[in-house]
Design a protein around this ligand. Structure first.
Ligand SMILES: [Zn+2]
Length: 415
C-alpha cells in the first residue's frame, strides 16, 4: 500500500466514524412500565377468577401476569392500586355503527338523507370516545350506513392518536342487492342515495375488490332484508352470488359477515362460507345446526333485536346447537357507550355471566382472527385492559362501573 492509498483509507475510516455518531432521529423514550394491582383478574377464558393477581405492562404489551410473588416488577414500574376491582381484557364490540346515532333521536332514513357527512363524522368522534371510555377497546364496525368510506378515516384518526377511540375493524359501505335496501317509501321514479353499495351478479367481484382497496378489513353483505311488496324479510342474493362475494374476499384473506334473519338467508350465507351471521332472529334449530357444522359464529345483537319471545327462543336454539356466540350489539341504533347492554341482555336471555364475558373477550378475538393479540390477559398480548368495580362474573352490571381503561399500554381512564 503506498502513502496515497493509506491516506485515502484513513480519511474513509474517519468519515464513517463521524457519520456513525450523527443521531438518526429523536431519542426513543423508554417504554412505560405499569404494575396493575386489582383485587381479582378475569383472564378472558378461565371461569375461576385469579384473586390477588397483578399484571405487569411494558410498552404496549403485557409482560407478565400472576401472583405478586411470581411477578417481579422493576423499580421504574408505576404501581396502580385498584382495590375492589376486577381487571379484565378490554371488551370487544363485534357489531357497531359509529356513524349512526340512536333512531330515537333521528330516524335511519333522515340520518342517511339529511345529515351532512361532516356532521356524521363529528358525531362519530364522540361515539368513539364514549365507546373506549365504556371499556370497549376494539370494535368491528359493520357499515357506515350512507356515510361512504368515513370509517376508514376514523380508523386512521384513532391509529394516529388524533382522537381517542377503540381499535377498529371496518367494512366501509357494505354490499346489498339492487332494490333490497333503503331509504324506502319514495315513488319508484326516484333514484335516492342508498345506505349501502348496490351490486349484483358478476359485478360483485369488482365491488368486493373496490371496498377492500378502499380500506375494508371485512366485507359485510345483506343476505336478506325487508324489501318489496309485503313488508317482510326475504332473501336477497342467490347462493351463487353469496359464494362469489365470499370467494373474492377470501382470496385476499378477508372474511365476510352476513346480515341475515330469515332461515333461508342464514342457510345460504352459511353454505356460501361467511364467518359470522348478524342478528339471526328467525334462526331455527336446523339452521343453527348447519352453522355449527360449518363453524359459522352468530352475532345475535340482542340489545337491538328487542326482547320478544321469538328472539329468546331462537337464541336458546343457537346455544343448544352449540353455535359460537360472538358478542355484538348493533350499537348506534342505541347510544354509543351503552355497549354493555348486550352482555346484560345475554345474561338476561339465559347465558352465564362468565360466558357473556368470554364472548366479548377471547371468543370475539378468535372470531375476528385476533386471538394472538387480544381478548386474553397473558404475556405478549397487547395491553388492552380495563378494571371495573365489583365482580362482573357475579353481577354483569359491574361492567357499568368502568374505573380504568388502558389500550395498547396507554392509560385513557385513570383509576
Ligand atoms: Zn347493524
Amino acid at each position: 500500500m503506498n502513502t496515497r492509498c493509506l491516506w485515502f483509507v484513513l480519511i474513509c475510516c474517519a468519515a464513517v466514524s463521524v457519520w456513525a455518531q450523527i443521531p438518526t432521529g429523536p431519542q426513543q423514550e423508554p417504554a412505560a412500565v405499569y404494575l396493575l394491582k386489582p383485587t381479582r383478574v378475569f383472564d378472558g377464558e378461565s371461569a375461576s377468577l385469579h384473586q390477588g393477581w397483578v399484571v405487569l405492562v411494558r410498552g404496549e404489551r403485557i409482560q407478565a401476569a400472576g401472583t405478586a410473588a411470581d411477578v417481579k416488577a422493576p423499580a421504574e414500574a408505576k404501581v396502580i392500586e385498584m382495590p375492589g376491582t376486577t381487571l379484565l381484557p378490554g371488551l370487544i364490540e363485534g357489531h357497531s355503527h359509529v356513524l349512526l346515532h340512536p333512531y330515537s333521536e333521528t330516524s335511519w332514513n333522515d340520518q342517511n338523507a339529511l345529515e351532512a357527512l361532516s356532521l356524521r363524522v363529528a358525531r362519530a368522534t364522540n361515539h368513539l370516545r364514549s365507546t373506549l371510555m365504556a371499556g370497549f377497546t376494539t370494535i368491528r364496525d359493520l357499515g357506515t350506513e350512507g356515510a361512504g368510506y368515513a370509517d376508514v378515516g376514523l380508523k386512521q384518526a384513532v391509529e394516529q392518536s388524533i382522537i381517542p377511540g377503540p381499535r377498529m375493524l371496518v367494512v366501509t359501505r357494505a354490499i346489498v342487492a339492487t332494490g333490497s335496501y333503503g331509504p324506502k317509501g319514495f315513488a319508484p321514479e326516484w333514484r335516492v342515495p342508498q345506505g349501502a353499495e348496490e351490486a349484483d351478479g358478476e359485478n360483485l367481484i369488482r365491488v368486493v375488490r373496490d371496498q377492500i382497496g378502499k380500506g375494508a378489513d371485512w366485507i359485510k353483505v345483506y343476505a336478506d332484508y325487508v324489501w318489496g311488496p309485503g313488508g317482510i324479510a326475504a332473501p336477497t342474493f342467490s347462493l351463487e352470488e353469496l359464494k362469489l362475494i365470499v370467494d373474492t374476499a377470501k382470496s385476499s384473506g378477508r372474511a365476510v359477515a352476513a346480515h341475515a334473519s330469515t332461515p333461508e338467508g342464514m342457510r345460504r350465507a352459511t353454505l356460501a362460507g361467511v364467518e359470522t351471521i348478524e342478528h339471526g332472529n328467525g334462526g331455527t334449530p336446523e339452521v343453527f345446526r348447519l352453522m355449527k357444522e360449518h363453524g359459522v359464529a352468530l352475532c345475535p345483537t340482542l340489545s337491538a333485536g328487542g326482547n320478544s319471545e321469538a328472539k329468546r327462543a331462537s337464541f336458546r336454539a343457537a346455544l343448544d346447537a352449540g353455535v359460537t356466540v360472538a358478542s355484538g350489539s348493533d350499537v348506534g341504533v342505541f347510544a354509543h357507550g351503552d355497549n354493555a347492554r348486550e352482555l346484560e341482555a345475554m345474561v338476561n336471555f339465559g347465558m352465564a355471566p362468565v360466558d357473556a364475558l368470554r364472548s366479548a373477550t377471547s371468543i370475539d378475538a378468535r372470531v375476528l382472527h385476533m386471538e394472538n393479540q387480544l381478548g386474553r390477559i397473558g404475556p405478549g398480548l397487547l395491553a388492552d385492559l380495563i378494571a371495573v368495580e365489583g365482580d362482573p362474573t357475579q353481577n354483569i352490571t359491574a361492567l357499568r362501573r368502568v374505573r380504568f381503561v388502558m389500550k395498547g399500554g396507554t392509560v385513557f381512564k385513570q383509576f
